[in-house]
Ligand binder design. Structure first.
Ligand SMILES: [Zn+2]
Length: 255
């Protein structure tokens, strides 16, 4: 039986998500923005929390860990390179490691850039990727702790996943990201369709995620820094993709 997911909003614009193995009953929270919201999601689903899989150390991703661990006795898995600021860690992982949630197996991919030790959890059998604040729908995370080259490499690593991989990210930023992306590729048909879809979803009170990697590859300017039209849009035709990426990211910072 396939993994089940349950997505929920928390804090101001964060997403929490539960991943559930219906065979064993094991359930992981991907990050723990705040304990009460995770508990409400557990109540809504009837699932029992066995694991917390942490993507990175920012407070809006780890704030609920201590309370949830006290209440549920769950195992906390965190990125090896960010063990220090993350509370109550039981196990650390890095790229190439695997994590099991019941019978589900997640592969860990190193995706530094937003933070220096940021990791992504991919469940290949179910084609689910939990990318934290590395990739957003039509956007990417701010490059805070690393050089742009590092972030671009991380995005290239994610871009190698199958196109039908469902991408779960840490925030609802899609409409703002689309407004920016349209300044880079105003005539991109996938992007224009995504803009209409996101408007409809938000008006209906629905989340705009998960998205798929295939759609992101066609519409997300941060995954398209090596596409000639994107380089041309920032007047960098012929320049290395990593420089185009850095320029697009810089423009988004100022947008
Ligand atoms: Zn973050």
């Amino acid at each position: 039986m396939a993994a089940q997911t349950h997505l929920f909003k928390c804090l101001t614009d964060n997403y929490g998500v539960l991943v559930h193995d219906p065979v064993t009953g094991a359930t992981a929270a991907i990050d723990a923005p705040e304990a009460w919201a995770v508990d409400a999601a557990l109540q809504a689903t009837g699932w029992q929390l066995t694991d917390i899989l942490v993507t990175h150390h920012h407070g809006d991703h780890v704030g609920g860990i201590v309370e949830l661990k006290e209440r549920h006795g769950c195992r906390v898995t965190a990125p090896a390179h960010e063990r220090q600021p993350i509370p109550a860690v039981d196990a650390t992982v890095t790229g190439g490691n695997t994590v099991t949630v019941g019978r589900l197996v997640a592969q860990v991919i190193d995706t530094p850039g937003h933070t220096a030790g940021h990791i992504t959890y991919v469940f290949p059998d179910d084609k689910l990727a939990f990318v934290g604040d590395t990739l957003f729908s039509i956007g990417c995370g701010r490059v805070i702790e690393c050089a742009p080259e590092i972030m671009w490499d991380s995005l290239l690593r994610l871009r190698e996943l199958p196109d039908d991989t469902l991408i779960f990210c840490g925030h609802e930023y899609t409409q703002a990201n689309i407004r920016f992306a349209l300044t880079i590729e105003p005539d991109n048909p996938t992007l224009k369709a995504r803009a209409a879809e996101a408007d409809r979803q938000v008006a209906a009170g629905q989340p705009t995620i998960p998205t798929t990697l295939g759609e992101e590859k066609r519409a997300n300017p941060f995954l398209r820094a090596d596409v000639p039209a994107v380089a041309a849009a920032v007047k960098m035709t012929g320049k290395p993709a990593v420089q185009v990426f850095a320029e697009v990211r810089e423009r988004k910072n100022r947008f």
